[in-house]
Design a protein around this ligand. Structure first.
Ligand code: ATP
Ligand code: MG
Length: 374
């Protein structure tokens, strides 16, 4: 197994998780992986697959949140020729392709209820039907599911089937957030420094003592993904410099602009005050950016796409500012594209948070990303 696919971390929580993962890997039991965004759910799923007897076969990841609900079922289970308009040929689905291997159902909380019924059946009997087929077929695919949603809440709100939830969580592996993994932060940092030093052929000058301490205190809302992205930015953008708390805070603040700062009571020392101060400056810049955007969009508001509306207050204070009206109007598509690109950048590409902020559904976001080639 390659180093990249191992689970980096030797904190008590991660060691325990790794041991459990190796135990379940030896069986075919369905596993549910939960954990905050960026905490390593996909890494853990690959680790289980690589330690199982299925390692020589494929691991097929399916992002249930990214595939439009109308076609998810035919993607998963396949379809017969003529099953629906456009089904010019019969096609096998992911379950058949994952035969003897593993299927990784990511963002399982997004799966439509009618597809959940079929999934439950395949877990219980190993059998299913292609869309439009009357004949039942079977596939021997081991199922690993993952979510960063609270499935109990989804069950309470009737968005997720209770029977499927209990079936899935017969083995639940919970990945602890990075902020609870202590020295793993340093171990992962070393790992990513080595990875990016090799990739970019740049030598990293290291952290000062104080910035090392700040790394351990920072709450890492984006978990391991955030740490990995930070290391790459530091290496490239602060090339040749030893990382001081000032440099580190500048990068962390940029990352936490929209993630909110987690305040630890009793620990409001100078660094945290600096962090809050920098955030206020960023906030001021954002307000002025929003004001500029409003001035451009104002003449078109009554026709604006519903996608844009939630991002703007109902009565913007910049009312009838004459110069804005004289500026060349920006097409709505362009505005929409910019809003999406901007939000994606602010959330490090996290589609769920981007969709939530823009007030649109995640599938719509995926479609727009494709349409605009973002
Ligand atoms: N323990 C780990 N060791 C090495 N790399 C890791 C580890 N955990 C996560 N990573 C890296 O962090 C990034 C995010 O991991 P991953 O995609 O598995 O997270 P996730 O929990 O599936 O996130 P999301 O909820 O957003 O789907 C990836 O680049 C991955 O390689
Ligand atoms: Mg994932």
């Amino acid at each position: 197994m390659s180093q990249e696919l191992d689970i980096i971390g030797r904190s008590a929580g991660m060691l325990q998780l790794r041991e459990l993962a190796i135990k379940v890997a030896a069986t075919d039991v369905t596993v549910l992986i939960t954990g905050e965004t960026g905490s390593g759910k996909e890494v853990l799923a690959r680790f289980i697959h690589d330690h199982s007897r299925r390692a020589g076969k494929s691991l097929i990841p399916v992002n249930c949140g990214a595939i439009p609900s109308g076609i998810l079922e035919s993607e998963l289970f396949g379809h017969e020729k003529g099953a629906f308009t456009g089904a010019v040929q019969a096609r096998k689905g992911y379950f058949e392709s994952a035969d003897k291997g593993t299927i990784f159902l990511d963002e399982i909380g997004e799966m439509p209820l009618e597809t959940q019924v079929k999934l439950l059946r395949i877990i219980e009997t190993g059998q299913f039907q292609r869309v439009g087929a009357s004949e039942t077929i079977s596939a021997d695919a081991r199922i690993i599911a993952a979510t960063n949603r609270h499935l109990t809440q989804e069950v309470a709100e009737k968005h997720f089937r209770e029977d499927l939830y209990y079936r899935l969580r017969s083995v639940e592996l919970q990945i602890p957030p990075l902020r609870e993994r202590g020295s793993d932060i340093l171990m992962l940092t070393e790992h990513f420094v080595r990875e990016f030093e090799r990739k970019h052929a740049i030598a990293f000058e290291g952290f000062s003592q104080e910035s090392g301490e700040l790394m351990l205190r920072y709450p890492w809302p984006g978990n391991v993904r955030e740490l990995r992205n930070l290391i790459e930015s530091l290496l490239i953008l602060e090339r040749g410099k030893k990382i001081t708390p000032d440099i580190l805070e500048k990068h962390l603040v940029q990352r936490s602009r929209h993630k909110g700062l987690v305040h630890e009571p009793g620990k409001s020392d100078k660094n945290e005050l600096n962090l809050i101060y920098s955030s206020l400056i960023q906030l001021r810049q954002e307000i002025s950016e929003i004001r500029q955007m409003l001035q451009q969009v104002l003449p078109y508001r009554q026709h604006a796409s519903p996608l844009l509306l939630p991002a703007f207050p109902p009565q913007p204070p910049v009312a009838a500012s004459a110069p804005a009206k004289e500026e060349a109007p920006m097409p709505l598509e362009e505005l929409e594209k910019r809003a999406i690109a901007d939000a994606l950048a602010k959330f490090d590409g996290n589609k769920r948070k981007t969709a939530q902020t823009l007030g649109i559904n995640e599938r719509t976001l995926y479609r727009k990303i494709k349409v605009y080639g973002l």
